[in-house]
Design a protein. Structure first.
Length: 377
């Protein structure tokens, strides 16, 4: 009888112990979780060697809506916002870096993209302030080798925009200039930071090894993105521009703008009567025509247009994304025309490449690629 009671009490003790263990585990769930990862102080930094017209002393813009695409050590991925915005004079960052903000992320995460928005763009040229139109207000930049292994790291954005000055005339035939910003950028992960570079607003000289890394990232782009073919044909006032691009790399490539550089012929058309028009040659000739991509089309932006943006809205222009091993063809076929603000008054300006002249086409987005073209009839 004593043995039976001993066995009974022993079994009850075991069951009681199991219950206590289960209650403890339920009450303290962190015991079941994976141990916490080390934390990395992650700086978001900017450097900028812009291409600007002569006489430019300031090129400022507001950067906001910064987000990084992060894959955590547990392999989940999300867009992580960095709550910062501010106005920057890009000309102050030639061979310099500026810290925009810093965030905390788990060490051993991977950052493969960064996105930000540019607004309120102004340029001071020959002591005159000009509003600037951006071909694209939002940039998404791929980051190669984005694994973060140290507790003090960051991303360095190399923003290399081209400020295009478009010489033209207004509705009365008087010379005017318009300015368009064609953005281009690359980005790299840097891991040899010091504590001072974490503070927002810190401006330091660009280190030589970082400059080499950025140059290597740009060269890698040029090696992977190939302009397969291009042509420029002129038929009376109609221009046909075609470029075929293949992405031979392993990452997406985004085209946010293009520029066509060279000598152009311009004529003006003025309505003299409801059913008659008069054409005259113009001495003001643009040197560059910027284009924005829309699907597989290139749309010229030579200054004012008849469709005005709502001043309270941020203009959004589509970008073209070329996936790895994909080939696309972008085309423009039409008359390049600068319309006066009122279509029923004044003169519209027709811009045409000159047959047998040489032109340089530059595609810009994540890095840039160029090709030389001869205009043919």
């Amino acid at each position: 009888m004593s043995a039976k009671w001993t066995l009974k009490y022993s079994s009850a003790a075991v069951i009681t112990a199991i219950i206590i263990i289960l209650i403890t585990l339920i009450a303290n769930p962190p015991i079941l979780q994976t141990p916490a990862y080390a934390k990395t102080n992650f700086a978001i930094m900017l450097t900028d060697p812009p291409i600007v017209p002569g006489g430019t002393t300031k090129l400022s813009l507001r950067i906001s809506d910064i987000q990084i695409c992060i894959t955590y050590p547990n392999e989940t991925t999300e867009w992580l916002p960095a709550n910062v915005s501010g106005t920057i004079n890009l000309l102050s960052l030639i061979n310099m870096t500026q810290t925009l903000t810093n965030i905390t992320i788990p060490t051993s995460s991977t950052i493969d993209k960064i996105q930000f928005t540019m607004t309120d763009i102004e340029a001071v040229i020959n002591e005159t302030t000009h509003n600037v139109t951006a071909l694209s207000n939002t940039l998404i930049i791929d980051i190669a080798s984005g694994y973060v292994s140290q507790t003090l790291s960051g991303v360095l954005i190399d923003l290399t925009p081209t400020l295009v000055e478009v010489d033209s005339t207004d509705a009365d035939g008087a010379p005017v200039n318009y300015y368009v910003l064609v953005p281009s950028a690359t980005a790299i992960i840097i891991e040899d930071l010091d504590e001072s570079q974490l503070k927002a607003g810190t401006i330091l000289e660009l280190k030589e090894n970082h400059k080499i890394q950025l140059e290597n990232a740009e060269e890698e782009f040029k090696k992977n993105v190939n302009i397969v073919s291009s042509s420029l044909n002129i038929n009376d006032d109609t221009t046909t521009l075609t470029v075929t691009v293949k992405n031979e790399g392993t990452n997406d490539f985004r085209i946010v703008g293009a520029t066509l550089h060279g000598e152009f012929r311009t004529t003006q058309t003025r309505k003299t009567q409801p059913d008659k028009q008069e054409q005259t040659s113009v001495k003001i000739h643009p040197r560059t025509i910027p284009f924005k991509p829309e699907d597989t089309s290139l749309v010229p932006l030579p200054g004012t247009t008849t469709k005005q943006e709502n001043e309270h809205e941020t203009p959004k222009y589509p970008e073209v994304t070329i996936e790895p091993q994909e080939t696309i063809t972008l085309t423009f076929t039409d008359v390049i025309t600068l319309q006066p603000k009122n279509e029923n008054e004044g003169r519209s300006t027709i811009i045409t490449p000159i047959v047998d002249s040489n032109y340089r086409l530059r595609l810009m987005g994540q890095g840039f690629q160029t090709v030389n073209i001869i205009a043919t009839p």
